[in-house]
Design a protein around this ligand. Sequence first.
Ligand SMILES: [Zn+2]
Ligand SMILES: [Zn+2]
Length: 92
Amino acid sequence: MSRNRVIRCAACAGRIKPQHPHIGVENLETGEEFSYHARPGCQIRCAEETATRLEAGKVYAMHHYHSSWCPDEAPGFGCAGGCFDTPMAVAN
Ligand SMILES: [Zn+2]
Ligand SMILES: [Zn+2]
C-alpha cells in the first residue's frame, strides 16, 4: 500500500507542495499530523488551532519543513531561505 503524499493545508484546504515550506503539527499520541502553509494567514490559523488543541490536553509537536531550496544547514525561523519569514516568527 503506497502512501498518498498529497498534503493539504488544514487552514485553507489548499494543496501544499512538499518542496515548499510548510508547518506540521503532530499529535504525539496518534501520530496524526496537521499541515499548514507557511504563508501568514495559514500560520495564524495554525497557531490558533494548535493553542485550542493544547488547551484540550493534547500533546503536539511542531515541525517546520523548509523548502527544498532553503540553503540553511540548520533551518529555523529567520533562515536564509526565508521560509517562515512572517511577523509571527519575529519578536522585534
Ligand atoms: Zn493554507
Ligand atoms: Zn528555510
